[in-house]
Every structure is written in structure tokens, then in C-alpha cells.
Ligand binder design. Sequence first.
Ligand code: HEM
Length: 81
Amino acid sequence: TSAFPIISQEEVTTHRSLEHGVWVTYKGGVYDITEFVAMHPGGDKILLAAGGALEPFWALYAVHNQEHVLEMLSEYKVGEL
Ligand code: HEM
């Protein structure tokens, strides 16, 4: 059993701006990255994934395929799909 609540894709989709919060999904996890957006080394590009899946973007920007990036992401987990 997971310690995280189940969150619907529809709910994730409503969080795609700094005003309403920026949520993304990755491998079934849901992440509230609102606070991280300003710290992102790749700048505002991160907002392209807002409200949806990271996978298509991280497939293009392989710099994310590193342990330290996944550890960073894990700190923002709020739920599971
Ligand atoms: C770089 C994290 C989403 C584009 C990075 C780096 C981190 C990071 C830690 C630096 C990696 C390194 O140099 O070791 C994240 C996290 C994301 C996210 C936690 C989501 C929660 C995205 C998205 C895009 C993107 C969605 C594109 C649409 C880039 C680019 C760089 C970068 C272009 C390279 C910046 C440079 O070195 O000039 N990201 N990223 N990122 N990210 Fe992201």
C-alpha cells in the first residue's frame, strides 16, 4: 500500500500554471513542482510539461536521465495516478 493519495489525470490537468500550481506526472507518480519552477536549470521550458507527463520531454532532453534528477523530483511527490 502507498502512503500517497490516488489523484486523477483530470485533477492533474487543472494544475498547469504558477497561479493554480504546476503538477506533472512521471511513471505513475504525481508531483507538485510549483516551488521548483523558479529553480529549474532549464528555465521556463519546464512549464511545457505543466499539467501532464514528463516522459515525452525527458525523452528529448536526456540530461534528466540521472539519479540526482530523479531524487530531486521525488521530493515533490504528492500522489499517484
Ligand atoms: C536541465 C530538472 C523538466 C528542459 C535540468 C537539470 C535539472 C532539471 C536538475 C540540470 C541537470 C544537470 O545538468 O545535471 C528538471 C525537473 C523537471 C524538469 C525536476 C520536472 C519536474 C523539464 C522539462 C523540460 C526541461 C519539461 C523541457 C520541456 C531542460 C533543459 C535543461 C534542463 C533544456 C538543460 C539546461 C542547460 O544545461 O542549459 N532539468 N527538469 N526540463 N532541463 Fe529540466
